[in-house]
Ligand binder design. Structure first.
Ligand code: C2G
Length: 129
């Protein structure tokens, strides 16, 4: 069984998130999503609308997602890859190159971002209505 992992905040789920989850799952048999904790979002200078628990539950309801774990620090990826026996690490293209160091532990692939959509844009569009 080929196990895939991806990381993110996944706030206000949109088609950009769905597209990366669909493509990541299609590259293997099992997809683990590490969703940023509220404290880690603070470290990322992100203020999510939905709490960690809500974002976790939403992700668990998406049929491409098999397992959701917390992302609490920048430094847990190598440990996660070993602990969850991961074969493939996937991130959107905005992270191109940032996680190449993981190639010592598993395959690393960056997939093109979905153009024209982001959580920030969603919030801005809604605030101007
Ligand atoms: N994404 C995408 N297309 C978009 C928006 C996001 O493909 N239009 C992808 C991102 O590239 C990322 C994933 O969706 O792979 C989640 O995006 P965010 O929730 O913004 O996550 P981010 O803040 O990039 O956190 O340790 C890694 C970090 O936790 C990633």
């Amino acid at each position: 069984m080929k196990k895939v992992i991806t990381y993110g905040t996944f706030d206000l789920i949109h088609m950009g998130h769905i597209n990366i989850l669909r493509r990541a799952k299609a590259l293997g048999d099992h997809l683990t999503v590490a969703v940023s904790s509220d404290d880690f979002n603070t470290l990322k200078h992100k203020q999510a609308y939905y709490s960690y628990e809500q974002r976790k539950e939403i992700l668990e309801a998406i049929r491409f997602v098999d397992e959701v774990i917390p992302e609490c620090s920048w430094d847990q990826k190598i440990e996660d890859i070993k602990k969850y026996d991961i074969d493939l690490f996937v991130m959107g293209g905005d992270w191109e190159g940032e996680f190449d160091f993981l190639e010592d532990y598993c395959e690393v692939r960056y997939l093109p971002r979905t153009r024209g959509i982001s959580t920030t844009k969603t919030k801005e569009d809604l605030s101007h209505r």
